[in-house]
Design a binder for this molecule. Structure first.
Ligand code: BGP
Length: 479
C-alpha cells in the first residue's frame, strides 16, 4: 500500500533562520533579529532580558543567516533536484510591513516572495507558507507590547489579507503560527513579549495566547473568503508525553503536561477552550480577557488540517521524583533510559512519532502534516570535503518508517512531510550555525566566517531516492 499517491514530500525553513538580508528591500527590524547567539539568548527569547535593538557586545545570527535572500534561486533549484513536491517557508512580517502598522505594504517585500513562488512554480513545487514563524515587528513591540495587546489581531490580519490576496494564485496551503505553544516556553520569540518586573507571567502568556488563537481563527475565515480552495492549518510543537513510570502520579503528571501542550491545537481544531484549561487557569487566578464574540469566532472557524513539528517524545515524572533531566525542543523533561540522545542531548525516538501521529489523529480526526522533523548534528567534512551524514540518514529513515507504519497500519490521514532545515540554517534555540539539519551544507560558521557556498551532503542523494520512490526506498547505498 505505502504512502498515498498525492503525499507531499519536501523540506522546511523559516525566514529568520535562513534569509539574512535583514535591512535589504525595505525590511524593518523584528524580534528575531535582536535575539543574540551566546549566553544571553535564553534570557532574551524567554522575555526576561529586554533587547529591542542590537548592541556591539553581542552577535546576531539572523542578520546574515545563510543569506538565502541572495541565494534562493540556487536553493530552490537544489530542492527541485531532490524532487521536492512541497517547500515550507515563512514570510518575514517586516518585509511586508516594516514597522507592522503601515496601511500599505512594502512592494519590494512582496516582490521578493513573488519571485520565490515563481521559482517554486517553475519546478512544480507547492509552497506551504507559515504566516508567522517566530516573527514580530519591533515597531509593534514598542507600540503595543507584542501579542499581549489585542491590537495585534488587526495588524496580523492586515498581513494575512495582503498575503491571501497577492499570492492567491501561488499558495494553497497556509499555517497561521509556527509552534503556537512556544508562547509558553519562549514568549519573546513566540509573541514579542518582554516581561515587566513582578508581573504575572502566566496571565500575560495566556492573554497573548488568546489573541493569537482569535487571530488564527479570523485568518481561517479570511483565507476561505478570499480563496475557498485554500487550506489553512494550525502548527504546534508535538511529541507525546510518556509517564516516567506506571506510578499513577507519574501518569497523571504526563497527562497534565500533554493537555497543556494540546491546549492550543484543541482550541484551533475543535473550536473551543477545553474544560481542563478553563478550570485550571481559573484555579491559578488566570483570566484571559475575552471580548464578546470571541467564543463564536473560535467555534466558527476551526483549521482545515493539523500541522506539527516532531523532534522527540518527552518523559514526565511527578515533581516528587528527582531524575536526570534531558534537553529537548525548548521543553525539558526527564531522561528516558530507553532512548539514545543527539549531540545536543535531544532524545531520538522514531516510535514516538508513530505514537504521536496516532494520538493527534485520534484526538482531532483531521488530516495531519508533519512540517518539521530532523536531526541537529555536528557535520564535519571528510578528506574530499564531503559530509557523510549517515547519522542523519539513520534518524530520518527510522522516522519515515514510523510515519509509514502510522499511515499504512494505523490508518492515519497524513498529507505530507517536510523535514526541518532542508538546507543548513541558524538554530532557533541556540542561535548556532554548527547545529546543522540540512541535506545541503552551507559554508557559514559560528564566528561569522564562510562563503555561503552550498554543497550536497550524502543525505541529499538519499532523500532524492526516498522521494522518487514515494518512501519505498529507504536504505542508503552500501547498506
Ligand atoms: C522548532 C522551530 C524551528 C527549528 C526547530 C529546531 O522549534 O520551529 O524554527 O529551529 O525547532 O530547533 P533548533 O533550531 O533549536 O535546533
Amino acid at each position: 500500500m505505502g504512502f498515498p499517491k498525492n503525499f507531499m514530500w519536501g523540506g522546511a525553513t523559516a525566514a529568520n533562520q535562513c534569509e539574512g538580508g535583514f535591512h535589504e528591500g525595505g525590511r524593518g527590524l523584528a524580534n528575531v533579529d535582536v535575539c543574540p547567539s551566546g549566553a544571553d539568548r535564553g534570557a532574551v527569547i524567554t522575555g526576561h532580558k529586554k533587547m529591542l535593538a542590537m548592541d556591539a557586545q553581542h552577535q546576531y545570527p539572523a542578520v546574515e543567516a545563510v543569506d538565502m535572500y541572495h541565494h534562493f534561486r540556487e536553493d530552490i533549484r537544489l530542492f527541485a533536484e531532490m524532487g521536492f513536491q512541497v517547500y515550507r517557508l515563512s514570510i518575514a512580517w517586516t518585509r511586508i510591513f516594516p514597522n507592522g502598522d503601515e496601511e500599505q505594504p512594502n512592494e519590494e517585500g512582496i516582490r521578493f516572495y513573488q519571485e520565490i513562488f515563481n521559482e517554486c512554480k517553475k519546478y512544480g513545487i507547492k509552497p506551504l507558507v507559515t504566516i508567522c514563524h517566530f516573527d514580530c515587528p519591533i515597531g509593534l513591540i514598542q507600540k503595543c507590547g507584542g501579542w499581549r495587546s489585542r491590537d495585534m489581531i488587526t495588524y496580523y490580519l492586515r498581513l494575512c489579507k495582503v498575503l491571501f490576496t497577492r499570492f492567491r494564485e501561488d499558495v494553497t496551503y497556509w499555517l497561521t503560527f509556527n509552534e503556537i505553544n512556544m508562547i509558553l516556553h519562549a514568549p519573546f520569540l513566540g509573541a514579542g513579549i518582554c516581561f515587566e518586573e513582578g508581573e504575572n507571567e502566566m496571565q500575560v502568556k495566556y492573554q497573548a495566547a488568546h489573541h493569537e488563537l482569535v487571530a488564527s481563527a479570523l485568518a481561517v475565515k479570511l483565507a476561505h473568503e478570499l480563496n475557498p480552495s485554500s487550506r489553512i492549518g494550525c502548527m504546534f510543537a508535538a511529541g507525546s508525553a510518556y509517564p516516567y513510570s506506571c506510578r499513577p502520579l507519574d501518569v497523571w503528571e504526563a497527562l497534565r503536561t500533554s493537555q497543556e501542550n494540546y491546549f492550543f491545537a484543541d482550541v484551533q481544531a475543535r473550536g473551543y477552550y477545553p474544560s481542563y484549561a478553563k478550570t485550571r487557569l481559573r484555579a491559578q487566578g488566570i483570566y484571559p480577557l475575552m471580548e464578546e464574540g470571541d467564543t463564536q469566532i473560535l467555534q466558527k472557524y476551526p483549521v482545515d488540517f493539523i500541522a506539527f513539528s516532531y523532534y522527540n517524545s518527552r518523559c514526565i515524572a511527578a515533581s516528587d521524583c528527582i531524575r536526570e533531566e534531558a534537553e529537548g525542543n525548548l521543553f525539558r523533561s526527564v531522561k528516558n533510559p530507553y532512548l539514545k540522545y543527539s549531540d545536543w542531548g535531544w532524545p531520538i525516538d522514531p516510535m514516538g512519532l508513530r505514537i504521536t501521529l496516532n494520538e493527534v489523529y485520534d484526538r482531532y480526526q483531521k488530516p495531519l502534516f508533519i512540517v518539521e522533523n530532523g536531526l541537529g548534528a555536528l557535520d564535519e567534512p571528510d578528506d574530499q570535503g564531503l559530509i557523510v551524514d549517515d547519522y542523519r540518514i539513520d534518524y530520518l529513515r527510522e522516522h519515515i518508517r514510523a510515519m509509514k507504519a502510522a499511515v499504512e497500519e494505523d490508518g492515519v490521514d497524513l498529507m505530507g512531510y517536510t523535514s526541518w532545515g532542508c538546507l543548513d540554517l541558524v538554530s532557533a534555540s541556540s542561535g548556532e550555525m554548527k547545529k546543522r539539519y540540512g541535506f545541503i551544507y552551507v559554508d557559514k560558521q559560528d564566528d561569522g566566517s564562510g562563503t555561503f557556498a552550498r554543497s550536497r551532503k550524502k543525505s541529499f542523494e538519499w532523500y532524492r531516492k526516498v522521494i522518487a520512490s514515494n518512501g519505498e526506498i529507504l536504505e542508503s547505498d552500501g547498506d
